[in-house]
Write a protein that binds this ligand. Sequence first.
Ligand code: ADP
Ligand code: MG
Length: 531
Amino acid sequence: MVESEQDVALEDTDRIEGRSALVNNTNAAIALAGAVRSTLGPRGSDKMLVDENGEIIVTNDGVTVLETAKVEHPTANLLIATSSAQDRIARDGTTTSVLLTAELLRNALELSRIGVHPTIIMNGYRIAMEESLTQLEEIAKSASEDDLIAATATTMAGKVDTALSENMTKLALQAARTLENEDGGDDLERIRVKRLQMTDGSGSDSEIIHGLMLKKQRLDFTTETVSDGGKIAIIDGGLENKELELEASIEIRSTGVLSGFQERKTARLAEQIENLTNFGIDLICVRDGIADEAVPLLKNAGITAYRRFEREDLERLSILTGAKMVRNPNRMTDKDVGIYTHFSANKIDDSWHVRIDGKGRAMTALLRGTTPAVREEVSRAFDDALGVAFRLVREPKILPGGGGTQTHLARHLRSFATTQKGREQLAIEGFADALEVIPRVLAENAGLDPIDEILSLSAAQAEHGSWFGLDAMSGEKADMNLMGINDPLFVARQALTGATEAAITVLRIDDVLWANVEPSTPDWSNQIDED
Ligand code: ADP
Ligand code: MG
């Protein structure tokens, strides 16, 4: 009875059940993977994306392609979420994770066609993933200084030219080392390192400073432009006494006394500024506005003032100088006062810039380029490099790139499968086949024959060991560590777990209901494989 009521409720809903659901979901995943397939590796091609406003982006970054696409299919969206998670956690490997997910689903569909139940496939996939994770640890190598450089540069392979890549690698590792022992989550390197695009100089003049630099002018131009240290206060609000204005408007309506209000406001500001003076403050940074009446008072007190900050910049300043954010100077205590070691106000390319240095671990990357497009490119390269370098110095373990890791896992899993009982064996083999999508597509994008390359890579590993991979630039099979084609362990680990989890989520679905939307499978697949 209950069922029939539900059926009535579902009358207007499109419904796909059982195997058809798997077929439909797998097709969506394969189509989506098709959209990024040609971007994989150093010889991947660029894509031109046009968004709703007609803005154009040229990129060969998988996650950018996917996040810009408008996709309605729920499975396609799940894959996009998987690649966004990969980006958040590992900052790299986004294309890899999508290709792997789609391939795991394709093989699962094949297995279900020959009668293997999805539950068995899921079990087999889980066993294969666990075994793969153990293997990754086994073949991973502790990274030397040169390896760290090579692995960071591999992240940018095919995206920027060698000179820029070298420079960004150097800056990223320098910043990463500074943050090595700091506590914080996935975003720590973005919080602690401000990126400031500068119009003076070229990309290779970019640098890291151990301070905060902002494009900003000081409140009063007669205050000092340089100092080699002093005390700083950070006001998390305004120096305006807005609440007085509110009181005053009520008062003015009832009594009409305006001057009394002005006097009170100035008196309150004077009291706040006197309190700053009592703490010996030389510099204040205020999140909101500063009232006009405060300007001469600050000047007399010898306090340099800046206003209107982004919250993140104040957080960086707080880390740098040890100053705590206070809402009201009157409530300040000794513990809230920070120390800066350098201050300067400079005109660069006609704009005022402020620089504040301190002993805490926050930095600014000055990313230079002569045109906006170059500056954007430099910024993106720096972001990729820092994200990976930061994680690498915390976990300095590397794996062979160039499809070496996946080839090793596939070879290992095929012999491992025979030790397992039942039909799970088939699923483990399906998992092994899926991993080979990475060397296959790397070969394809380098204009090589994928079947020949997979066979000869597997043979090369049998002879020379698991660190052999495909150098997509020369087409040779070689020791990836010698070639400097190193993938970080954390990237490979996340791609493997993220893709397996996503595939299992889809496999668990045997009923898809669509209400009021026209679900369409993304259909880029035909355009993608053309030359
Ligand atoms: P993702 O979004 O998955 O990071 P990329 O386009 O960055 O995709 O490609 C990463 C893959 O390219 C990795 O498997 C890496 O080992 C491989 N790779 C990088 N440089 C080379 C190279 N010179 N030869 C072969 N493979 C390479
Ligand atoms: Mg990459």
